[in-house]
Design a binder for this molecule. Structure first.
Ligand code: ADP
Ligand code: ZN
Ligand code: ZN
Length: 748
């Protein structure tokens, strides 16, 4: 492949990865108009089939393959400068292979989505920043060619602008313009004027906060990371909540920035980690935050500023892992165990794994931080593939909160009134409120009661589109499906047996918890935080601000409140039910439960008052719960790793989950049978195939689903199974969609 920024050699054909679900790179001719602007890494618009498609130029080639037929020309070049560096393109190609996804789709998933469709093409002009110092040249020409000097100075001060606008300016002269164009000072871009060049860095911080004096453990961690500068070194920073991991990231990054390098920091979700983002902004002067609320234009501006090396620290969710920093010196993945780092649609990549891959490719350190490392990362650390750094204690000696496990089955309030806020938790709440302290109540389910069942036949109300029961939302008197968001009024008659007896409700939800607490403590100020109440981006910040200001006593919420928040006033955390996750048909259920309990518990006692955690469960003996109670990560991990090895699960085996789905049940059944035959052929001693079988949620959003699981010890085995499907004539899956998920998080 040609070097970054390379212009196309004369007569060369461009290789384009189109943003379509087709594998391969396609040859196009380069019209003269595009020859000046087209570089490897630029987006282009090309004819594809009978339509127009966007794509990315990934290289040049002398000749087209003989079967290519008549070549078509590129329509236009979208970007004035490449969005992707050669390094990023190489990584993207690796992702395409590993995640079994077309390269064009991989690239598109990272792009600022401002791809102009068919806008009227405008010619825009800008100074070529690589040509030299415009001021020096202008000074040089002051006498000889004053008009050129004036035009140069003018262009040096302005953004990319339409040629038409420039022509209207006083400084414009035809002769000077043509001379500068011929000398390569001016670049002309023909295309939609969307990807204009910003002159300021896309994000800023104030950079006024001074670093903290490190504890000895923190210093050791920072020194170890610093000692690995400019070499590939993966670190797992295992530090209990409140142990000062963020300070380690900040200071390790500061050293790279002092050395003229850049950093990428991945966080699970920007909206849920405002405090972390604020700390980076306070510490560093040049920070770009790639949050999802950016407009396409802002996003593409930020991307270009990063690409030009104007940004020291890029913070973002998973897609920031490919931020095109030209002098990347370190990557950090905060809360590396979080499932949100895995993208849920194609390409189904795991940003943590890409971060490690990128660090390897670039030859820089990568720091994965967590209080509850993923089993994969911990296993890598135990087998010396990663270096383990530990922060076993909270900063300034604050103790971790004590965890009390309450067996709901023997709790008096639960037995007497089936109250889901048990007596122990009620007493603790009462004490907390009397002392004027704050409490968080956590439940992984929104809504009022989980299900709505018939009193006669006990049949729950199911979603008409999915194999799932509907959740009752009392506030709006609605039943809602949490998979497809289908809504309906609670029925007065049982849809199953037609009984006219009123339907009854059981189960639990955040709304119900809020109601019980309000009944028990009428004077308490209670607020609920879940995706039903947090419908606007501001509402989240607003509630957090009021909680911080102690205008709220009790905050009830879903996992939204479990993460990363730091509230000194919180001394009690109640987990309404630890069992909701354990019931899932999911090999990560125990891991998720342990993580959740530990994270939630970490929200308590972050101030001077000691913290207390009460966990309610119907399964008090489960090892995820007992290990969380004794804060024994190592014990939990050892048991879980043994279990994974016994059952041939990650990290011991690679998994590929193939899901087939269609609106027509017969079609998907037939496709599943054909798929089984194709996979059968790839079965070897190493590669196991399970299924296809009906998926646990057989009908979802009106589509019938089958799934199969391929297990192999290496990615090569997975790729072999994929090749069997991919290389077969695709007639067997006509009318059926196929999803490929490499390293799936769950199997539902
Ligand atoms: P973590 O990221 O591990 O949860 P944080 O970095 O958020 O921990 O640190 C928890 C608290 O301790 C924060 O309020 C932070 O400002 C403070 N802190 C961290 N390191 C130090 C230090 N070396 N000295 C004093 N306070 C510190
Ligand atoms: Zn549904
Ligand atoms: Zn009934």
């Amino acid at each position: 492949m040609n070097a970054d920024d390379a212009r196309p050699p004369a007569d060369a054909l461009a290789l384009i990865a189109v943003n379509r679900p087709v594998f391969g790179r396609f040859h196009y001719t380069v019209p003269d108009a595009a020859r000046d602007t087209l570089r490897v890494g630029c987006r282009v618009s090309v004819p594809f089939g009978h339509a127009e498609s966007t794509g990315v130029c990934v290289g040049f080639d002398d000749t087209a393959p003989s079967e290519a037929g008549a070549l078509k020309p590129i329509h236009h070049v979208i970007d004035a400068e490449p969005l992707f560096t050669a390094e990023i393109l190489e990584l993207a190609e690796w992702m395409a292979r590993y995640y079994l996804c077309p390269l064009g789709e991989v690239l598109a998933s990272f792009l600022p989505s401002s791809v102009a469709r068919t806008q009227r093409a405008v010619a825009t002009v800008s100074l070529d920043p690589d040509r030299g110092d415009p001021e020096a040249t202008a000074a040089d020409r002051e006498r000889r060619a004053p008009k050129q000097a004036a035009l140069l100075r003018y262009l040096a001060k302005t953004d990319q602008m339409p040629l038409k606008t420039l022509r209207g300016e006083d400084v414009f002269s035809d002769g000077a313009y043509r001379a500068l164009l011929e000398q390569g000072w001016i670049r002309v871009l023909r295309g939609p004027a969307t990807a204009a060049l910003p002159t300021r860095p896309a994000g800023t911080g104030d950079g006024t906060e001074t670093p903290l004096e490190l504890t000895p453990e923190q210093r050791e961690a920072v020194d170890a990371i610093d000692g690995a500068a400019n070499t590939f070194a993966p670190f797992l920073l295992h530090g209990v909540t409140g142990s000062g991991k963020t300070e380690v990231y900040l200071q390790a990054i500061a050293r790279r920035i002092d050395a003229g390098e850049q950093a990428i920091v991945l966080v699970p979700e920007i909206a849920l980690t405002p405090q972390t983002v604020d700390r980076f902004r306070r510490r560093f002067r040049s920070v770009a935050v790639l949050h999802s609320a950016l407009t396409p234009r802002e996003r593409s501006d930020a991307w270009l500023a990063i690409r030009r090396g104007e940004v020291d620290v890029t913070i973002g969710p998973r897609s920031a892992v490919l931020a095109p920093c030209p002098r990347l010196g370190i990557l950090v993945v905060d809360e590396e165990h979080e499932p949100t780092f895995k993208q849920q649609n194609a390409p189904r990549y795991h940003a943590r794994d890409i971060a490690v891959k990128r660090a390897h490719q670039t030859g820089v350190p990568v720091v994965l931080g967590s209080a509850t490392p993923s089993i994969e990362s911990y296993h890598n650390a135990s087998t010396d593939r990663y270096r383990l750094l530990r922060l076993p204690e909270r900063v300034s000696g604050r103790s971790l909160p004590s965890i009390t496990v309450v067996d709901l089955a023997s709790d008096s309030a639960f037995k007497r009134k089936s109250s889901i806020v048990g007596q122990t938790l009620q007493d603790a709440l009462s004490e907390t409120l009397v002392r004027g302290e704050q409490a968080l109540l956590f439940l992984n389910r929104r809504g009022f009661h989980t299900v709505n069942v018939c009193r006669d036949c006990s049949t729950p109300v199911r979603c008409p589109n999915c194999d799932l029961t509907m959740t009752f939302h009392k506030g709006r008197n609605l039943l809602a499906c949490h998979a497809c968001e289908h809504r309906m009024r609670p029925p007065t008659r049982c849809p199953e047996c037609q009984s006219g007896e009123a339907m009854s409700f059981y189960g639990l939800g955040t709304e119900r918890v809020e109601e019980i607490v309000a009944a028990c403590f009428p004077d308490a100020r209670i607020e609920r935080m879940d995706s039903d109440t947090m419908t606007k981006p501001e509402s989240y910040r607003d509630v957090l601000a009021r909680f911080r200001a102690r205008e709220i006593d009790v905050l009830v919420g879903t996992q939204m409140i479990a993460k990363g928040l730091h509230f000194p006033g919180v001394t009690l955390v109640g987990v309404i039910s630890a069992d909701t996750a354990l019931g899932l048909a999911d090999f990560r259920a125990a891991e998720r439960t342990f993580q959740l309990l530990t994270q939630v518990a970490g929200r308590a006692g972050r101030g001077d008052a000691p913290g207390r955690v009460i966990v309610q469960t119907l399964d008090p003996g489960h090892y995820a719960i007992t290990a969380a109670q004794s804060q024994d990560f190592e014990g939990f991990a050892a048991r879980e790793i043994g279990m994974r090895e016994r059952y041939g699960l990650p990290p011991f085996m690679r998994l590929l989950r193939i899901t087939l789905h269609a609106t027509d049940e017969a079609k998907v059944r037939n496709a599943a049978r054909a798929c089984a035959d194709l996979l059968e052929a790839t079965r070897t001693a190493d590669v196991q195939v399970l299924g296809p079988a009906p998926a646990p949620i057989f009908k979802l959003k009106n589509r019938y689903r089958f799934h199969a699981l391929v297990k192999a010890p290496t990615p090569a085995g997975i790729q072999r199974a994929f090749a069997a499907l991919h290389e077969s004539p695709s007639t067997w899956r006509r009318g059926v969609s196929m999803q490929l998920d490499v390293d799936p998080q769950g199997l539902a």
